[in-house]
Design a protein around this ligand. Structure first.
Ligand code: ACO
Length: 440
């Protein structure tokens, strides 16, 4: 393994085990917490660290995204999310995440053209879709078709070829919107709508979802801006579950399409990207502000599996800055589509207000996360809840491909292989001790 130059602190971490003391270097980060390098721990002390859920473990070095969870700060490549949401657009953000700095006009124009030229899918993918049940969740189609791209685009599977890697990232970002729109059309029994090269990424996605063979969808600049903002806000979020899944899958040398399909799978869970669908469904179930107390009591009850969806975050112990931006654009979008007094938005605002006054939520530092308000906007644009996580996945292809590229290009990258605390049986003789349990 090649060595890397690090920004070392003067101090070293000391660990004493059985009267022996071991020293470990501490690396300084540009911002945020330093890390103790324990990579040699096992070889020198024959012991592992134990950290379920990686709550204290940095799994990699990265220059892409910075989060200060206490202050509620999110930056892509050093740029505040608020500024990017206001001044940039999704494809410029993709370019920023992948290449590390903002593109100049010429570079951006070229990049947009390249992404646009990759939005079409191989015609045979239509047959692939036809194998799905119509009532399948669109995320099931997203996982399947994303993985299947590796069978269609075999000229970009060589991860050691920089050109192929770049081409694969463009294909993944561009085609994810087409796949997402096709999954939607398939689930509602309509024909697929081809992408249009004269539209922006977000306009094109709305067009592919809402135009049909009889009628062209009129794209409103307010809705396409809201769509673009949602894509920007979901583009990356450092080493979350799905990104870590992409990195771990990629660490074995798997092809990029397979790695991104693994990321889509991880995102689907309700504790992660699936929370946007779950949050809207929860608000619909609560129904009215009169029921808030009952549901807050359920959320606080340890014996009840109910959680306030769209609330809480592993890293943010303050308001998620993405939720703040989305809350601010909710009303604008609702007004635009003619929803004057949306009972669901009123309920969400009331729920947030009441929860943030409760000792339970204050003590545990639980605030609305990105998934709390995004569903209200997406529903107003016209998407059913099943599409919310698909939209998250389309946006996150930006971060996944950037993080995958960074990992492949890291000179000290090696296969991810965590260890375990084994608490199973000691050696047994085969044939004796057959099961007496009746649970299988
Ligand atoms: N409602 C009620 N209680 C909660 C909630 C919630 N939404 N979130 C956390 N808590 C409680 C936990 O029960 C736990 O209580 P305890 O200390 O008494 O055991 C404490 O707060 C800490 O929570 P953890 O689950 O340990 O925190 P963790 O970092 O592991 O989980 C997570 C974070 C998964 C996001 C959690 O807050 C959650 O499940 N939220 C609801 C689902 C959600 O909105 N997910 C989207 C996250 S953002 C994203 O992925 C895009």
């Amino acid at each position: 393994m090649r060595e890397k130059k690090r920004n070392l602190t003067k101090n070293k971490a000391k660990l004493s085990i059985n009267n022996k003391t071991y020293e470990f270097p501490i690396y300084k980060s540009t911002e945020g917490e330093s890390v103790i390098d324990i990579s040699k721990l096992h070889s020198i002390a024959n012991i592992f660290t134990y950290d379920p859920g990686f709550t204290s473990t940095a799994s990699c070095e990265s220059k892409i995204t910075f989060i200060d969870g206490e202050k509620g700060i999110l930056r892509y490549r050093g740029y505040d999310i608020e500024e990017l949401a206001k001044k940039s657009d999704f494809i410029e953000v993709v370019n920023l995440l992948i290449y590390g700095d903002l593109p100049n006009n010429k570079q951006l124009k070229k990049y947009k053209r390249l992404i646009t030229r990759h939005t079409l899918l191989h015609d045979q993918i239509i047959n692939f879709f036809q194998g799905f049940r119509r009532d399948a969740h669109p995320m099931a189609m997203m996982v399947g078709v994303m993985g299947a791209l590796s069978s269609f685009y075999q000229d970009t599977l060589d991860i050691h070829d920089a050109h192929q890697r770049q081409e694969a990232t463009r294909r993944i970002v561009a085609k994810s919107a087409t796949i997402g729109a096709m999954a939607y059309k398939y689930s509602i029994g309509q024909s697929f709508v081809s992408p249009k090269n004269n539209l922006s990424f977000s306009e094109n996605f709305l067009h592919m979802c809402f135009s049909n063979t009889a009628e062209e969808y009129k794209i409103s600049p307010i809705l396409s801006k809201a769509m673009d903002t949602i894509f920007i806000l979901h583009a990356d979020h450092e080493q979350n579950a799905s990104t870590s899944t992409v990195r771990l899958a990629g660490s074995s040398g798997a092809n990029p399409f397979a790695c991104i399909a693994a990321g889509v799978s991880s995102l689907w869970g309700p504790a992660h990207g699936g929370a946007n669908q779950a949050a809207l469904e929860m608000l619909e179930e609560i129904g009215t502000s009169k029921n808030i107390r009952k549901y807050l009591n359920k959320a606080k009850n340890k014996k009840d599996p109910f959680k306030l969806m769209g609330f809480g975050h592993r890293v943010y112990k303050n308001y998620d800055p993405r939720a703040k931006i989305l809350k601010n654009i909710c009303q604008k979008v609702l007004n635009h589509v003619g929803i004057k007094n949306d009972p669901i938005l009123k309920l969400a605002i009331d729920l947030e207000k009441i929860a943030l006054r409760e000792k339970y939520f204050i003590d545990k530092k639980l605030y609305p996360n990105v998934d709390f308000y995004s569903g209200i906007i997406l529903r107003a644009i016209g998407f059913p809840p099943e599409m919310f996580t698909v939209i998250f996945a389309i946006a996150r292809t930006a971060g996944w491909t950037a993080q995958w590229t960074e990992m492949i290009e890291d000179p000290i990258q090696k296969i991810g292989r965590p260890r375990q605390l084994y608490t199973g049986n000691k050696p047994l003789k085969y044939g004796k001790n057959r099961s007496k349990k009746n649970t299988r």
